[in-house]
Design a protein around this ligand. Sequence first.
Ligand code: F6P
Length: 344
Amino acid sequence: MRIGVLTSGGDCPGLNAVLRAIVRVVERDHAGTVVGFRDAWRGVMEDRWETLDVARCRGILPRGGTILGTSRIQPYATPGGLDLVRAAVDRHRLDGFVVIGGEGSLSCAADLQRDGVPCIGVPKTIDNDVVGTERTFGFDTAVAICSSAIDRLHSTAESHDRVMFVEVMGRHVGHIALHAGVAGGATMTLVPEVPVDAGAVAEAIARRHAGLSYASIVVVAEGATPVPGTIDGIDYAVDQFGHQRLGGISQLLAADLGRRTGIETRVTILGHVQRGGTPTAFDRVLATRFGVAAAEAAAAGEWGVMVGLRAERIVQVPLAEVAGRTRTLDLDLYEQVARRFFAS
Ligand code: F6P
C-alpha cells in the first residue's frame, strides 16, 4: 500500500496530528508507505516530496501548522495539471491521495476522483464550514483563542466604558463568531448569514448604555456584510486565487457606531493568531480519529469519500456530496443563544 498525502489550503491547528495518525496506521498496521507532498498540489505537480514515517512524525502531535507546508495551487487551475497529477501517481506507484483540506481542496479531490485519480478527503478548516461533518478540526482551537481574547477585552472595556469590537475569522459563515461570542458573553454577535443593520446595532447599544456606565463587546465575523444602504461595504482586494482578503468590517461598524451614538469604541482584529499554535485536546483527538479513518479507508480501497463526524461517530461521505457546498450556521441556534441576548 502506497498513499500520497497533502495538506492543502489555509493551515489550521491539528494538521500534523492527522499526518501522524495516517503514518502510524499505514506503516504499523498495513506495512505501507506514505509519500508526503510539499505545499499541497504544487509539490505533486513539481515532484517535491518526502517519505513520511513514524520517526519523522515523532513529536508533531501538538505542533501547529503543517510539516508538509501548504498552498492553494490547484491542478485544474494549472495548465496540464491533471496530467502532472496522473504522472505523480504512476511515478510513485500510489494507490491514491489523502487530501487534508477545506471546501476548495475537497472539491478538487472530488473532481480528481471523477477523473480517475483516487482520493480520500479529510475536512480541515477553522471556519467549520464543510458539509458532511459536524466538526472540522481546528475550529475548537480557534474558538478557544477567540473566547480567551474576549475575556481579556471585558476588563479593559469595563475600565473605560467602551464598546469593543472583536473581529474573528469566518469567510462565509459565523460558526467561530457564534461560539466565541456565546462563550465570551458578547453583547452582540454579527455573522455573515444575517446582513448587519448598522442603525439597529447602534440603537441597541445606545439603549443599553443610556445613562449608565457600561461596557459592551461586539463580536463580528470577518465575512459579515451590511444591509445595503446602511453603511458602505468594503471593496476587498483579491488574491491570485480569487479569494477576497477580508478584514476591516468591524472598523467600519465601530466608526459608524461612534458617529451615531458618541460612545467610545475600539477594534481588535484577531486575524491569523486564531490559526496559529498548538491545537486543543479536542482538536488533537478529532484530527487523530480522522487520520486513522482516512488511512483505514485507503487500506480498504474505499476511495471517493471524505471522513467526517456525525453524532460523535466517524462516518464516510461521498466527496461529490461535499464539493461546492458550504455548511452555514443553524439560524435557530443563532436566534436561541446569541440574538436573544443582544444588548440585554
Ligand atoms: O478558510 C480559513 C480562513 O482562515 C478564513 O477564515 C480566512 O478568511 C482565510 O482562511 C484567510 O486566508 P489567508 O491565509 O489566505 O489569509
